[in-house]
Design a protein around this ligand. Sequence first.
Ligand SMILES: [Zn+2]
Length: 392
Amino acid sequence: MNTLPAFDREPYLRELAATVLAIGTDERGPYAVLSDTILYPEGGGQPADHGMIGLSAVVDVQKRESEIRHYLAEAIPVGAAQVVLDWARRFDHMQQHTGQHLLTAVAHTRFGWPTTAFHLGDTRCDVELETPSISTTELALLEYAIAEEIHAARVVRARQVSPEDYAALAVRSRGLPEGHSGAIRLVEIEGLDLNTCGGTHVRSTAELEVVKLLGTEPIRGGIRLFFVVGGRARARMGEHERRNAALRALLGAPDEELVVALEAKLDQLKAAERRGRALEEEFATAVIDRLALGSDRILAHHFEDKDANFVQKAARQLASRVPSQVVFLTGTRDGVSCFVLTAGEASGFDVAMAGKELASILDAKGGGAKGFFQGKTSTLARLDQALAWLRG
Ligand SMILES: [Zn+2]
């Protein structure tokens, strides 16, 4: 293709009458090659466009072997076809991508922080800046300086230059794809920035609406700065508002007191858990004290709403008090039941044999060692039968 593709000439074009020149299938699936296209192929940090060719959805667009392959949900025939761009997705990419140009230019010229990488994520973007740290104040100043350039509504335009002209220009980034030859595409933010780039951009910084810096984290000796632009900033603000409204209702506090209110609730929860554990231990001690008074050879008890840990601990405590008796404890919590069978050596009781038999009666999985047998089951419906066998 000698002439530039339509997405390059007219990034705001949303529909195009084109011809499907060739169809094929590769490891990514069925694809079509068009006479011209408004669908941007993934590259330069900008994700691929989505859209429609005829009746088929385009799920991916990639440059392969000097052609642009439009990967399709369903195969289509060669011939004339209407191409429709998923404009919402594209405009979002144009905002994020152009926002990154602006952020990079301002961070470099005003703060001396060069950009070394850019990622356009599904929900947020980030750049990696060559600086050991960025303070909260610097972050606020950077955001404000970017906002001023948005207010200035600077024209953003792309153009092709010859390699000779390119060499003479003050271009910020000199990254060209490997093996590049011929004309070079430059993207300019008038009066501010000149850069090589093959992506799609908004036509004025005013269309960025807002660049919101979200935060930083250290990475590879530099700083990773997260941000969102335009529609994403508004969507994010909307999500924050919905979340805050839900939290206000739950915590009964205004926005500025939500964190303090939640911290207080968590403290209350921890205190309640401590009290709960103390009560549970008191309860276990009381039950064990009562059971230990029993003179039957088999000491049995069922704990409702108690898990295997609790039942095991109780069984060990009780068994240590009654070395010549047999301890059989069960428990149920959250639909899972367990049993423990144990007896001291003085009892002369075969725990392993009896445990297996009980597991069989209770339809349980289990095992054990050294006079201790435990099992897990989904139901204790045959508990009476198990007890009868044990006592018989
Ligand atoms: Zn760009």
